[in-house]
Design a binder for this molecule. Structure first.
Ligand SMILES: [Zn+2]
Ligand SMILES: [Zn+2]
Length: 377
């Protein structure tokens, strides 16, 4: 049997006492998925929960309607615990953000009564729109992380990882304009924007084997005409480029540009390539926070995987990356089952017994890390 230090026993007891509330919060968020920037119900539920737990809450914080700030403590090092709560189109909580939000809220509730006594400050920050909108990048620009000693969150994943790898990412809208015409009676008078987009898509596919280790280009066609008897005059490709480091993204932007031009040139259409949201930077994991998280995860009975060079090949991206370049940060993952993120299976896992355990372990982990930072001399 593991012997608990007084601090470890305190946290474990506090999380256990809150467990019914935290799990019902997690399931409630999961049952009401909301897309980026529209998380009105989710942010309201979280804000009220934190207020009831004794934190001072400001809703619509930093001018963002679905952000919030919940804080406790008046002096000492400031730790920002990030809640994410946006869902994915068609997949609900296929990234398990209900777990992230409930773990951070749980840690905030555990820490609030300790803050004054321990000489520390904690902010539970409601960060909207992680899935593409870059809510944390906006919040960073508006000062939400100013003066923070650390920024933390706990994300569910297929495995336990302390230093999870995340790539830098940039998103693009590639809009083709052609000329509409009757598809049967006068196709020669048309300029087919759908054909332009499909050629560009093929050009991106052809470029893939030439990309450097860890670089990636993915695309979807979201507009390509409305009727088969009309030559489509508009088509839209949405493209994401990813790389191990943000400094490689301009080279990938050139790949997108060349593919777009190829499609336009071949069909006589025009094309405009525009950014589709902010650029996400790769995550820098703070080594000291990582070493502390390793200890805590092991004491929770977890077995975090060591980082490998090949992790970059399967890495996603997060807006915490931008924060991590300015504030010491950590984005550990807690395993909830060997299913891919952004899938219906992952959404189910996020409310399974393993998902529930990740909520409670995540709350304990974030509380322990915060106490470590408060106690650090
Ligand atoms: Zn995601
Ligand atoms: Zn996520």
């Amino acid at each position: 049997m593991t012997t608990l230090t007084p601090q470890r026993a305190d946290i474990a007891g506090a999380v256990r006492a809150l467990a019914p509330q935290l799990l019902s919060l997690s399931h409630d968020l999961h049952d009401h998925p909301e897309l980026a920037w529209r998380e009105h119900r989710s942010s309201a539920v979280l804000a009220s929960t934190l207020e009831r737990a004794g934190l001072a809450v400001s809703r619509g914080a930093h001018g963002l309607p679905t952000a919030f700030v919940a804080h406790a403590g008046t002096r000492g090092p400031l730790v920002v615990l990030c809640c994410e709560y946006d869902a994915l189109p068609g997949l609900g909580h296929g990234c398990g953000h209900n777990v992230i939000a409930s773990a951070a809220a749980g840690a905030g509730a555990v820490l609030a009564p300790l803050a004054a006594r321990r000489g520390g400050r904690v902010v539970v920050l409601g960060t909207p729109a992680e899935e593409g909108g870059g809510g944390k990048i906006e919040l960073l620009a508006r000062g939400a992380f100013d003066g923070a000693a650390a920024a933390l969150l706990a994300h569910p994943g297929p495995n336990d990882q302390v230093r999870a790898t995340f790539r830098a990412a940039a998103s693009w809208r590639v809009a083709f304009r052609g000329r509409a015409a009757h598809a049967a009676m006068a196709p020669e008078q048309g300029r087919n924007a759908l054909d332009a987009a499909l050629l560009a898509y093929d050009a991106l596919r052809a470029a893939r084997p030439t990309l450097a280790f860890g670089d990636q280009v993915t695309a979807v066609l979201t507009e390509g005409g409305r009727a088969p008897n009309v030559v489509p005059d508009r088509a839209l490709l949405r493209v994401m480029t990813r790389a191990a480091e943000a400094r490689r993204l301009p080279a990938l932007a050139a790949v997108v540009r060349r593919a777009a031009d190829a499609g336009a040139l071949a069909t006589g259409c025009s094309v405009a390539v525009r950014p589709d949201g902010p650029t996400y930077r790769e995550v820098r994991s703070d080594p000291w926070l990582a070493s502390r998280a390793e200890v805590h995860l092991r004491s929770l009975g977890r077995h975090p995987l060591p980082p490998r060079e090949s992790d970059v090949l399967t890495a996603g991206s997060t807006d915490l990356g931008n924060v991590s370049h300015l504030v010491p940060a950590l984005h550990p993952k807690l395993g909830i089952g060997a299913v891919p993120q952004h899938s219906a299976e992952f959404a189910r896992a996020a409310v399974s017994p393993a998902g529930d355990r990740a909520v409670l372990d995540g709350a304990a982990l974030l509380a322990h890390l915060t106490l470590d930072i408060w106690n650090r001399t």
